[in-house]
Design a protein around this ligand. Structure first.
Ligand SMILES: Cc1cc2nc3c(=O)[nH]c(=O)nc-3n(C[C@H](O)[C@H](O)[C@H](O)COP(=O)(O)OP(=O)(O)OC[C@H]3O[C@@H](n4cnc5c(N)ncnc54)[C@H](O)[C@@H]3O)c2cc1C
Length: 447
């Protein structure tokens, strides 16, 4: 570090990370008139809930659907953005299967559009397993899906996509992912799966969306904070503790050392980053591991466009797992120009060959594979950019819940430390779950 004068800051609460959860925590502290400092590594706030802009085209990190189950959470959201001004969208999502775009979640129509042999196998296997549903808690993802839905549905709908997203075979993944995507009651869910309309967020037929993307909500939250309390471009270097209390942080901000003394620490940064600053040795592979995401956005001149908002691509013929078209979420996401931005999500591991691909190579591969899907054929790329997210998904490997709990008990036993949000707790939280978790931690309230 350079600079001779070390800056000292004293505050009641230090909030680490300025994503959705860190901002929610800071905003709650601000409402309670408690002193706080928020430290964010990136120049912009919002973390995984940011909205980026390329030549006036806006895009989220994967399109953020708002599905809140709890009425109190809607009321809270309404204080940030008028809920009745949110767009209410009917879900239009597809799965690219055997060179066809079929509805996902599949409808009865798409089931019958499958080859007859698939249909016969699905019905036969389901009739065998339906009377004998198996517990979600006992098994890995593969066993659970096969034993509840049969081999064919597993192979067609779940195996390839799941392995492409997570980068590990389905027998090494926790079955909690099945609960998220498919639901716990197989007999009811197989009908819901094909007829649509249930309360599982992942399959919900409609959702809310801010006209200018999720970043619109983030901006309101960020603007509600006292500017002096928010430090961007800074990260923790090492913590100083006394007995079971963390007391002070040595941080680096824009190349300068800053000392921050605090009474309470709320951290929403990825656990791996926290462990690093606490000098906690941890086995990266077995315990705290992540799936990374590359977001490749291409701006095309277009003649015609599909009407879907996003489409899953399970086959390894495509470098991406999902395409997303922000224009089909909100007209506010595009300038009027006869062009369209298409966003491709590529999952990989940090520092693997895919992560290390040059931006040019990634854009060329995505363009090549988009052309393979027929719809966009002949369109010309006018602009593109690549964003990399090292900590996009906490890896939900088999028994990860138990291992993470034990690791936290062993290494994070400080009485003034709170872990908040998705990255801070290392949980597969959506926006609403982050909100409920932050409410509990900051206000000690049941959400
Ligand atoms: C592709 C994708 C699609 C999604 N779609 C939806 C959806 O449709 N609906 C929904 O409800 N949810 C969705 N989510 C989940 C949602 O984005 C997250 O639940 C939420 O944004 C998590 O916020 P967070 O603040 O807990 O974590 P993060 O957003 O990860 O925030 C952590 C913050 O800490 C910062 N940071 C990291 N390291 C340091 C450090 N060393 N020092 C200081 N700061 C640091 C980061 O820059 C970041 O700002 C999606 C997530 C992804 C990845």
């Amino acid at each position: 570090m350079v600079g001779s004068q070390v800056k000292h800051i004293e505050t009641d609460t230090l909030v680490l990370g300025g994503g959705w959860s860190g901002l929610l925590a800071a905003s709650a502290l601000s409402r309670e008139k408690r002193s706080f400092v928020l430290l964010e590594k990136e120049p912009e706030l919002g973390g995984l809930a940011r909205t980026f802009s390329l030549n006036g085209f806006r895009y989220d990190i994967g399109g953020h659907r708002i599905h809140f189950k709890n009425r109190a959470n809607w009321s809270f959201l309404n204080t940030l953005i008028k809920v009745n001004e949110l767009l209410y969208l009917k879900r239009k999502s597809k799965l690219f299967f055997e060179n066809k775009f079929i509805n996902y979640p599949p409808t009865v129509h798409s089931l019958f559009a499958m080859k007859g042999i698939h249909l016969l196998k699905i019905l036969f296997q389901f009739s065998k397993v339906a009377g004998n549903p198996r517990s979600l808690r006992l098994e890995n993802f593969e066993q659970w899906v096969k034993s509840n839905y049969g081999h064919t549905l597993y192979e067609i709908l779940f195996k390839d996509y799941t392995e492409k997203v997570w980068g590990v075979s389905c027998d090494q993944l926790s079955s909690c992912w099945a609960g998220r995507r498919i639901g716990e009651n197989p007999f009811l869910n197989v009908f819901r799966l094909f007829y649509g309309g249930d309360d599982l967020k992942e399959r919900n037929p409609s959702f809310y969306y801010p006209a200018m993307g999720m970043g619109q909500v983030i901006q309101v939250l960020a603007d509600s904070l006292p500017p002096k309390a928010v430090i961007r471009g800074g990260f923790p270097v090492r913590f100083h503790s006394n007995n079971k209390r963390l007391k002070r942080l040595t941080a680096e901000v824009g190349g300068e050392e800053v000392q921050i003394s605090f009474e309470h620490l709320m951290t929403s940064i990825p656990l791996a980053e926290l462990f690093h600053a606490l000098a906690v040795p941890f086995n990266k592979v077995k315990e705290v591991s992540y799936r990374s995401l590359l977001l490749v956005s291409l701006v095309y001149e277009y003649r015609s466009l599909p009407d879907w908002q996003w489409c899953y691509f399970p086959s390894d013929r495509f470098i991406f797992s999902r395409l997303y078209i922000p224009k089909n979420w909100s007209p506010g996401m595009v300038p009027a120009s006869g062009q369209v931005l298409v966003c491709a999500e590529i999952f990989c591991d940090f520092d693997d060959s895919c992560w290390n691909c040059s931006e040019e190579e990634l854009a060329a591969k995505v363009d090549r594979d988009i052309m393979k899907s027929f719809v966009f054929q002949g369109m010309k790329v006018n602009a593109w950019e690549v964003k990399r997210f090292r900590y996009a998904y906490p890896l939900l490997y088999l028994n990860y819940e138990k291992k993470i709990r034990e690791l936290k008990e062993r290494s994070l036993d400080y009485e003034n430390l709170s872990l908040i949000g998705r990255s801070g707790t290392h949980a597969y939280f959506d926006l609403e779950e982050c909100l409920e978790n932050v409410k509990q931690e900051v206000e000690g309230k049941e959400a």
